[in-house]
Design a protein around this ligand. Structure first.
Ligand code: SF4
Length: 322
């Protein structure tokens, strides 16, 4: 039965694609990376959007491209400046890999590879990103699969997570040769705005006639989030603040700058904020107490690659604007 539902969908892929694309062209959100075919700009947006919401990416995207308008500008930049422009977006390995890939592109003459296969040879560019860039910038018929696409496909075929549906294969069979980039974006847009994790809007779904699930919530149970506390010292003197640089070989946020951390404190903190990293929600307590660190002028702080949490605290304390 389940196999039949996949076959049913594949057999109707033309109608499905037409409906989806017609809907997308009218309803798509107007986002800056949708107004370009420049592979560099598309790449930047795709990398930023991994693990980060659209609303949070918008400002970063504009600022990053202002700072590094071309792949050459990115390649020639210092790593510290790239990380500083990324500071607050998290998952800093993405920025380091982009920097490495930009250098590789420039080493090869400054032109991006023009196929998904060629793009995958660059550092940090995997199956998803290569397919997104190749389909949107070059019109290559190669499908993308992200969390949104997976959810849409599960519902369309009334399947459950973990029961072996090959998302990549099914997407590749559905994608049309005309406007594959729009099709990919339409699938992701449908998942983000209509076929949402909770309460999908099946009544206004453009592909409901092809959908076997129609509103069933075949989504995985999310792992329970953990709770923990962190204590930091905010030591300020005049226009200087104490910071420490993380170990350059640390597995997380290597080489980035942060406030001095403190052992667990029992005192009332001067400031409290919340911060989530992967599956843990932290209560972050900031104390006005002495701690070891390097004095850094507030003007310099703006240019350093700060951890997202440090940036958040300094903003809350009105010590940082950007
Ligand atoms: Fe998702 Fe509902 Fe559309 Fe099916 S009909 S694809 S469940 S929004």
């Amino acid at each position: 039965m389940t196999l039949d539902l996949v076959q049913y969908l594949v057999a109707r892929r033309r109608g499905f694609g037409r409906k989806l694309l017609a809907w997308y062209r009218v309803n798509r959100r107007d986002l800056p990376w949708r107004r370009t075919k420049d592979p560099y700009r598309i790449w930047v947006s795709e990398v930023m959007l991994q693990q980060t919401r659209v609303a949070a990416v918008l400002d970063y995207y504009k600022r990053f491209l202002k700072r590094f308008p071309t792949v050459r500008a990115l390649a020639l930049a210092k790593e510290q400046d790239v990380l500083a422009a990324w500071s607050g977006l998290g998952y800093y390995r993405r920025a380091r890999m982009m920097h490495a890939a930009a250098k590789e592109v420039v080493k090869r003459g400054g032109r991006f590879p023009t196929s998904a296969e060629g793009l995958r040879e660059l550092p940090g560019i995997g199956r998803y990103t290569s397919a997104a860039i190749a389909s949107i910038a070059y019109g290559e018929r190669v499908a993308v699969v992200d969390g949104n696409v997976q959810r849409v496909l599960l519902r369309l075929t009334r399947r459950h997570e973990g029961d072996g549906l090959d998302f990549w294969e099914l997407s590749q069979r559905l994608i049309p040769s005309k406007a594959p980039g729009d099709f990919n974006q339409a699938m992701m847009e449908l998942g983000a705005t209509v076929c949402t994790p909770k309460n999908p809007l099946c009544g206004s779904c453009p592909v409901k006639r092809y959908c076997a699930g129609r509103g069933e919530h075949v989504i995985a149970v999310r792992p329970e989030r953990k709770k923990a506390a962190l204590d930091y010292a905010l030591v300020v003197q005049g226009a200087k603040v104490k910071l420490n640089q993380r170990d350059k070989k640390a597995t997380l946020m290597a080489g980035m700058w942060e406030l001095p951390s403190l052992p667990e404190q029992s005192r009332v903190p001067a400031l409290v904020t919340r911060h989530s990293i992967t599956t843990t929600d932290y209560e972050v307590r900031v104390h006005r107490s002495e701690a070891k660190g390097r004095w850094v002028s507030l003007n310099e702080v703006e240019k350093l690659p700060l951890t997202g949490l440090t940036r958040k605290i300094l903003r809350k304390a009105n010590l940082l604007r950007g």
